[in-house]
Design a protein around this ligand. Structure first.
Ligand SMILES: O=C(O)CCC(=O)C(=O)O
Length: 273
């Protein structure tokens, strides 16, 4: 199966060595710098700190100026109109528990949630080798397109309930059919935003850092209401910044010519009971 067919069926596929060593070293320096600065704890979850990055952050611009990296991402997910939406550092401290099983899609009331193709994707790129001892990602293949029993047991990812799980809760446990992604430094995985994923605990003595870049693979084919909402993402250039981004070209950032409008957020995937 080609990488893009595997992505469509399983909801994820790995992209080996997405970044080369010189880029990784530069990115790592920037990540250390960002993590040393105070950041908003609102985005943190038990087992992971999440630091949002805007389009002009040096970590993001390093990705956006690499046409070959963007090309590999696009072909992995069979993108027809790839646009960058947002980015985060996802940092997992030494000796931290699992990050709970969750999915990242935010608009389950919209019919596009049930389309065969991914409305939005995350590219997770790891800055150190990962294993089931050191905070590797684990995924449930196919869970982007069908409801599994675990769906009904999961709290919403950024909710108070998610902070109070006991260590034996299904949201923190191994599950039949899961795949652990033992990745090397610089490897990445493309994940459909609807796919169930989480991490193993980090039992190591070092912090495990990753970058999460989100994209829409097919911007111009998305429903108007989804584009009207996503175009307002705070990571994207704002009205004052648009005139300064000409050098980045027309087709990197999403452009919406209608009136930006918020959609009702629903982060809870339907569950089979
Ligand atoms: O840090 C990781 O490996 C996963 C992060 C994640 O799943 C997320 O931020 O949605």
């Amino acid at each position: 199966m080609s990488g893009s067919s595997k992505f469509a069926v399983d909801g994820f596929t790995t992209i080996p060595a997405l970044f080369e060593e010189p880029d990784l070293q530069e990115i790592e320096k920037q990540v250390q710098h960002r993590l040393a600065q105070p950041h908003d704890p609102m985005m943190n979850r038990v087992g992971n700190d999440l630091v949002p990055l805007r389009w002009n952050d040096p970590i993001v611009t390093r990705l956006l100026c690499r046409a070959s990296v963007l090309g590999r991402i696009g072909s992995t997910v069979a993108a027809d109109d790839l646009r960058w939406i947002s980015a985060y550092i996802s940092s997992k401290g030494a000796s931290t528990p699992s990050l709970l099983w969750h999915q990242d899609w935010w608009c389950w009331d919209h019919s596009i949630s049930f389309a065969p193709t991914a409305p939005q994707i995350a590219i997770l790129c790891y800055l150190s080798d990962t294993s089931d001892r050191t905070g590797a990602l684990r995924v449930l293949p196919g869970s982007h397109l069908r409801s599994l029993p675990i769906h009904s047991e999961l709290p919403e990812s950024h909710s108070a309930a998610a902070e109070q799980l006991t260590p034996d809760h299904p949201a923190l446990s191994d599950h039949e059919g899961q795949i652990t992604l033992n990745l090397r430094r610089g490897d990445a995985v493309a994940v459909d935003y609807r796919l169930l994923h989480g991490t193993h605990p980090n039992r190591g003595l070092s912090r495990r850092d990753a970058l999460l870049f989100s994209f829409t693979p097919n911007w111009r084919f998305l429903p108007d209401s989804i584009r009207a909402h996503l175009a307002m993402h705070p990571a994207l250039p704002n009205a004052a910044e648009w005139p300064t981004i000409a050098e980045w070209g027309e087709d990197l950032f999403p452009r919406y010519d209608g009136t930006p409008t918020s959609l009702q957020i629903n982060r809870i995937a339907p569950s089979r009971t």
